[in-house]
Design a protein around this ligand. Sequence first.
Ligand code: PBG
Length: 329
Amino acid sequence: MITGKFPNLRLRRSRKNDWSRRLIEENNLTPNDFILPIFLIDGKNKKQAISSMPGVYRYTLDRLSPFVEKAIKNKIPMVALFPYTKLKNKDELGTEALNEDNLVCKAIRLLKKRYKNQIGIMCDVALDPYTSHGHDGLLKYNHVLNDETIQMLINQSLIQAQMGCDVLAPSDMMDGRIGEIRKSLDKNGFKMTQILSYAVKYASSFYGPFRDAVGSKKLLRGDKKNYQMDFRNSDEALREVALDIKEGADMIMVKPGLPYLDIIKSVKEKFKIPVIAYQVSGEYSLLENSINKKLVNKDIILESLISFKRAGANAIVSYYADRIVNIIK
Ligand code: PBG
């Protein structure tokens, strides 16, 4: 509803001064709005640059603490762990996902022991960091098997929950996995482990740099279109969300972020549940490289991040989360 009429009404009046603009601001960001993704790598004393993601690094476990402590100090509520898996630890079935001593499991144990509940730990539930073909599930004749994959995901979830993971985030896009994972968690004493479902995950070219970061890019056979969503669709996103809520999801992820603000908004409006946006690797790289090349100035970071809040996101997974205090200052 628009009230008032020019010249009585002049919206520029309230824009004239900085104090006034601050007074009427509708959206803002605080560190509470961020989830910090962390890439892990085997070995000792390494903080390894990722060439496709300037400013983002892979950490060995012995170098993890200062990075996490800074996040705790800055009041970031949660980190998300992603492993770079050695080629020799990958196979067709992604068996390494079920190894209690894989990188992610070791990292959860270490962080939980050291920081207890000072910061939440979220882990992906999916097989892609562990499979030799780069897919999120078990592959047969270039098709990812649904129900057979779910069995693996249930076990991966239970192991990660056992290690102390607070939030399991199935990012695999199999049908029916949220319900099955919830059931197994409850049966095995993990009633309070949260599920953040990547309910709306599009088959996207914006994931390129991430696949580089976890070492699955060169391996990926074909594409993920037989399980991740078609970017032409939006009604289908609402169906995905409705199903996952029924199956027990506590929070919903929409991914990628910036090209899908319409989806964030309609999921929030329809379902009134916590919605998390993922500003994915390709979005990060586009922003960061353009800033480094001086095509645009660094204010585009804040502008992009605020758009997620305007659309209705409760929080944002962002590779900028470690620098957010400076960005919002
Ligand atoms: C894997 C997974 C992906 C991302 C998060 N979890 C990539 C994919 O599905 O290929 C992408 C994150 C990013 O691009 O930043 N299940």
